[in-house]
Design a protein around this ligand. Structure first.
Ligand code: ACO
Length: 370
């Protein structure tokens, strides 16, 4: 693989670069295992703290361990002064939420104790997102509370209201579902940084930068916009046909890896169903289900054999909307969960201890002279 005949594995598709115990994505079967558990088995049934413990320690904690982790996270939820200053200035300058989050995490002190460092990063990310959002809305930050769960505390810091248990559960299910997903770009970024012997703060800052890209962190917003634009199920077919006739893509459908329905879409659709049954807008949920059915049908007609199915973004959008989260916070909330996967991967990478250093095929000029 040298010289003129080198084959370039562009995008590293199919290239195996590490072994991991954290998650396994099977795109043909439509299965996602998180630390050995099928996502639909675990995501709706454990707290985010339990899920965090599972990824970091490879074991669902017992009650005492789970409440210990909950307390440890709550105890370090407050932001350092330097982080508050940066977040407040970012809000005043109109910095977008993902950029503000990257700046905020970049201010966190680097610790010798990696476990403590991981807890600080996990605990402070929601506080930074909420503070920045409230400042941008011209509101005072809400005081940090230590008596709420990680998920409930985020909704509290955002709104100043204690969330219903249905909302807390809905958010936890989302966070648990997207906590890790194979060797995606941000995870790989975190592992590359860790492999150099750098610190966890740097790894997470880099991963946030990778997640921000529209090809990765995605834009569940457009999927939601499409459902709103359709408005009534009777209009769905004509609307979707028009889009497909124009050669446009239907947002929330298709996936590079999954060739059947993304298993996360199933978990999130059930969570959205529960949420909307309780205190949400049922009509929008039913409309979304109708749009999904019609879209999958039409995609098979327009792109036969492509196996374009509903992806995670479609029901993410619906669920997060049901939680009253603004579209601008969808990707930061994704980071709020995924940071646990990034940290767990960084620990794995550290244990492996091998610098990630691939090669490039040189395709430039040779023998130039001045
Ligand atoms: N709507 C209409 N047509 C589609 C869609 C879609 N959502 N997705 C793929 N296609 C078509 C393409 O136009 C192409 O058709 P062609 O061969 O006739 O030109 C064919 O299906 C294959 O498309 P690719 O781009 O090769 O598929 P790829 O696997 O690279 O794309 C992707 C995956 C980017 C997610 C794509 O399906 C897409 O753009 N979907 C819409 C955007 C979206 O929902 N993004 C969130 C993804 S979820 C996540 O990343 C976490």
């Amino acid at each position: 693989m040298t010289g003129e005949h080198a084959e370039v594995a562009a995008g590293l598709e199919g290239v195996v670069v590490a072994a991991t115990r954290l998650s396994r994505v099977d795109g043909e079967a439509g299965e996602l295992l998180i630390a050995g558990y099928p996502v639909d088995e675990i995501a709706g049934r454990v707290t985010f703290e339990q899920m965090t413990h599972l990824l970091l320690e490879d074991r669902v904690p017992n009650e005492q361990e789970a409440s210990q982790l909950r307390e440890q996270l709550a105890a370090v939820r407050e932001l350092p002064e330097i982080t508050k200053t940066v977040v407040d200035q970012a809000a005043a300058d109109g910095v977008a939420p993902m950029d503000a989050l990257r700046m905020a995490v970049g201010t966190l002190p680097v610790r010798d104790d990696a476990q403590q460092q991981a807890r600080e990063i996990i605990a402070k990310i929601p506080t930074a997102i909420a503070r920045h959002w409230r400042r941008q809305q011209g509101q005072e930050p809400v005081e940090v509370r230590t008596d709420l769960s990680h998920a409930a505390s985020f909704l509290w810091m955002l709104t100043g209201e204690e969330p219903s248990s249905a909302k807390e559960r809905g958010l936890e299910t989302y966070l648990n579902t997207v906590i890790d997903h194979g060797f995606n770009a941000s995870t790989f970024t975190a592992r590359v940084i860790t492999s150099t012997g750098s610190d966890l703060v740097s790894a997470i800052v880099g991963a946030i930068g990778a997640l921000k890209g529209p090809l990765h962190g995605g834009a569940p917003g457009p999927a939601l916009d499409m459902v709103f634009e359709i408005g009534q199920i009777e209009r769905a077919e004509a609307f979707l046909r028009e889009k497909l006739d124009r050669g446009e893509r239907l947002m929330g459908f298709g996936h590079r890896v999954y060739k059947v329905r993304d298993p996360r879409a199933e978990v999130l659709s059930q969570a959205a169903h529960k949420l909307f049954e309780g205190d949400g807008d049922r009509a929008i949920f039913e409309l979304a289900q109708g749009v999904e059915k019609k879209a999958v049908e039409l995609l098979e007609e327009y792109k036969p054999g492509r196996r374009l199915q509903t992806n995670v973004e479609f029901y993410t959008a619906l669920l997060l909307h049901g939680l009253d989260l603004p579209v601008a916070l969808f990707t930061p909330v994704f980071a709020l969960s995924r940071c646990v996967g990034w940290l767990a991967h960084s620990f794995e990478q550290h244990a492996e201890g091998r610098l990630i250093r691939p090669k490039a095929h040189y395709a430039g000029a040779v023998g130039r002279k001045l």
